[in-house]
Design a protein around this ligand. Sequence first.
Ligand SMILES: C[S@@+](CC[C@H](N)C(=O)[O-])C[C@H]1O[C@@H](n2cnc3c(N)ncnc32)[C@H](O)[C@@H]1O
Length: 260
Amino acid sequence: MGIIGGEVGYRLLRAISPNEPGGMTGGSYADRSKIEALLGEGIWDEIRGRTLIDFGCGAGAEAIELAHRGARQVYGIDILERWLAIARQQAANAGCQNVTFSHKPSEPADIIISLDAFEHFADPAGILNTMAGMLQPDGCVLASFGPTWYHPLGGHLFSVFPWSHLIFTEKALCRWRSHIRNDGARRFNEVEGGLNQMSIGRFERLVRNSPFQIEYLETIAIRPARLLHNSLTREFLTAVVRCKLALRDSAKRLRMVNAA
Ligand SMILES: C[S@@+](CC[C@H](N)C(=O)[O-])C[C@H]1O[C@@H](n2cnc3c(N)ncnc32)[C@H](O)[C@@H]1O
């Protein structure tokens, strides 16, 4: 998609940012619960006594918090063994008995929580199918993710400056990134942890073709741009997407047959 590439693009990027750019540090949750900030205060009532999956759990902080704050059992799921090992250690340090970390859960869940992960899954349509197979028939997915691809920082590390990931070519950006990351990625989707160029519209289309239906989907505006945020600008000015997905009736019936 980008237009500035080749040697010129690469050299410009190196000149603009010779080292790791600042920006997305995750520090905005330093003093408060990320789960509560993204899913609202009502989340604690919703999870009480329930079996949960934290899909794309990373280092496990949120899965452990869910376990501490009333869930019956939490399964933290991640594709990277490195994160799972860290998460297990954190749970042991916290003395948390009702959370386990692995590649798949050992029982169906009432609720799947997924934070900041849908823009990273290499095969998000496949993940929706996988999630459907991990839920009780009446279960739901509570997901929050972003920045999505057209957000000023939607390129994550590739957003050297706002929207740079749309202006420079993938090749120039990956060549620039090879100086600060050594995973050998030559495409956006090859970076460790994944980056799938998810947009809000694409997510809605994926859900339409999945076993799920959207119960609600909210697009939360980038705060300084909130007066400009509307259905035409949402791809560019949305900070966070927040949604609840429930199984369609056909998928519920399938889950009931499988459980019988
Ligand atoms: C940005 S991190 C978010 C971690 C955590 N949920 C949080 O909010 O801090 C995205 C996570 O999704 C995981 N992930 C990517 N693809 C996955 C997949 N196919 N299955 C499970 N986890 C995956 C990554 O390894 C990473 O830990």
